[in-house]
Design a protein around this ligand. Structure first.
Ligand SMILES: *Cc1c(COP(=O)(O)O)cnc(C)c1O
Length: 236
């Protein structure tokens, strides 16, 4: 890895961490409550390595075909891997086996399969249930009405650990509009916490809206382009 690439990656990472800290200050929150997940879809292992050298530990991947070789290649670093892509029910086994977190559980069938396929020697798989707030066809996510049954099903499985909720809201350019979606998820989260007080994770906010998400209570931020530059063609 060239020194310039390393320097550029370090700069982008500290810029993102500064944006997160700035938003936390505005919200009166401790930046230490925030986890940055580096979304490394389409990026080769060398690009992840530059961030690992800067201390980054959490990585998010959308496509199994490209994620599994990276997880294998980077195994000595003991990273924490987050599956954040749409999950087909016939592809749950590698998620259960190789990932630490999954953010996109949105139906019962996935809950049952992930629980059955999580290896017994592994710690429970951390689960966020994805919630669909807008009305966008083709996008994953459970409805708010589906949540009580779905959260109960996750909480009942010893091989799974219910951590919280995730959303991928419609793109908005104004911060006030971004905040409305995130506030809606936070309200649902607080309501569901009454039944599931152990839930501690609100996975929301990307490169274009991380400030709005943090102002509304995000604890896990998923950042791709602001860390790696514009997306490369998907390899999946
Ligand atoms: C790609 C992706 C991100 C990162 O988006 P950026 O705008 O590149 O920061 C976050 N979450 C999910 C689910 C994604 O698919």
């Amino acid at each position: 890895m060239s020194e310039t690439a390393q320097g550029a990656a370090a700069k982008r990472l500290s810029a993102v961490l500064e944006r997160m800290a700035g938003a936390a200050r505005r919200a009166g929150r401790d930046p230490a409550e925030l986890t940055l997940v580096a979304v490394s879809k389409t990026r080769p292992p060398a690009d992840l390595q530059t961030l690992i050298d800067c201390g980054q530990q959490h990585f998010g991947e959308n496509y199994l075909q490209e994620a599994l070789p990276k997880i294998g290649a980077l195994q000595p670093h003991r990273l924490t891997w987050h599956f954040i892509g749409q999950l087909q029910s016939n592809k749950t086994a590698p998620v259960a086996e190789y990932f630490d977190w999954v953010h996109t559980v949105d139906r019962l069938k996935l809950v049952q399969r992930l629980a059955a396929q999580r290896p017994f020697h592994a710690p429970p798989l951390n689960v966020c249930v994805q919630v669909k707030l807008g009305d966008e066809p083709g996008k994953g996510g459970a409805t708010v009405g589906d949540l009580p049954a779905l959260l109960e099903a996750v909480a009942r499985q010893p091989q799974l650990r219910l951590r919280g909720l995730m959303t991928l809201p419609p793109a908005e350019s104004a911060e006030a509009d971004q905040r409305r979606w995130f506030a809606a998820l936070r309200e649902v989260f607080q309501q569901m916490q009454r039944q599931h007080p152990a839930m501690d994770t609100l996975s929301m906010g990307m490169s274009g809206d991380l400030e709005a998400a943090i102002l509304e209570g995000a604890t896990m931020i998923r950042i791709g382009t602001a860390l790696f530059g514009e997306r490369l063609q998907s390899q999946a």
